[in-house]
Write a protein that binds this ligand. Sequence first.
Ligand code: EPS
Length: 408
Amino acid sequence: MSRLRYDTAGESHGPMLTVLVNGVPAGLEIDTDFINAELRRRQGGYGRGGRQRIETDAVTFTAGVRRGVGTGAPIVMQIPNRDSRLDDLERTPPVHRPRPGHADLAGSVKWLTTDCRETLERASARETAARTAAGALARCLLREFDVEAFGFVRGMLDAVTDVEPAPGNLDTLFRARDASDVYCPDARVSAQMIEIIRRAKVDKDTVGGLAEVHVFGCPIGLGSCVNWTEKLDARLAGAVMGIQAFKSVEIGLGKDCAVRTGSQVHDPILYDASQQETASLGFVRPSNNAGGLEGGMTNGMPVVVRGTMKPISTLLRGMPSVDLNTRQPEHSAYERSDVCALSAASVVMENVVAFEIARAFLEKFGGDSMHEVQANYESFMDMARRLPLEPPMRDMRESPMESDQSEA
Ligand code: EPS
């Protein structure tokens, strides 16, 4: 049984993006329409540039899937680039004036070239289409266990929504988010964000902001407190920081923990037998400042992750830079770009967060086939609901057999 993981390949203006996903159990029913719907959502959002009018992202499966069902072998998905022109020197000329904020300068020096083109082609956020596809594929598995992710745009400059997703309002918020041109489930704040982006465009400037993901239905105990590399909060942070242009990640209350005392931060533990069949197993928390993670493990509350995206680094007005060939001061190069890609980034974040949850889910309940995963999940949930287990560990240690042996 392989560990769930993925790798992507492809340049922004190469022929296609490819993603190889390993460790998907045999028998997983793959909802291609759902994956493609996520890809379409990632292409949207007010503030996107001209590229999205050219592309119509959709996956083709070229390995590991038979008649819509995973075989257990590595799965390969491909997404063609319609704006493919990497070998055309006239349409993708060398770039010598690095853009502050982009990978241009560091990548060019790293690979010992003064042409930023090769770095920017791979560093481009075009690659996030492949990651979105991998995450959406993983969500086909999570959905079998009623685990659902909801991502949205929380804020941009001074326009910040105070909506709090919860199982009770999720349907309404899904609809509101999908009706918003900026993927913010708050019509008033959406309008403010659209105005901010419009103004940035007029000023030849760009904007970023806050994206947030809530994952509902995670069973208690995904991740681990045993080794730092297994802590789920650390892995989620890594996945979110790995998205192009993300500069910070928070779980739950995040940095606001610094301005509160312990009694104001930690979520009391209560027990409500009527909630025993839910992910919390009845261990309900009146608040969720921990963002569903304690000790690097899910605690039965929704997992809440927030990320900060910096403003897009390609500015129509340019920024002070230097020509890498002449070392003379120049304004940075302009490549066709977005004014704001935060809405798209919220879709990417929703899917990469879901991928990490699915990975942790399979570490706990994994098997070669979906039958095994289902059986492992149900058996664990059954034992967890029956705690304390009979016979308790202490009684086992003091069992007659052990005392007989010690006497002998
Ligand atoms: C990007 C620059 C733009 C964006 C691109 C990310 O590409 P282009 O130069 O082809 O217009 O459109 O994002 C995508 C193509 C996408 O699908 O998200 C960059 O420099 O990061």
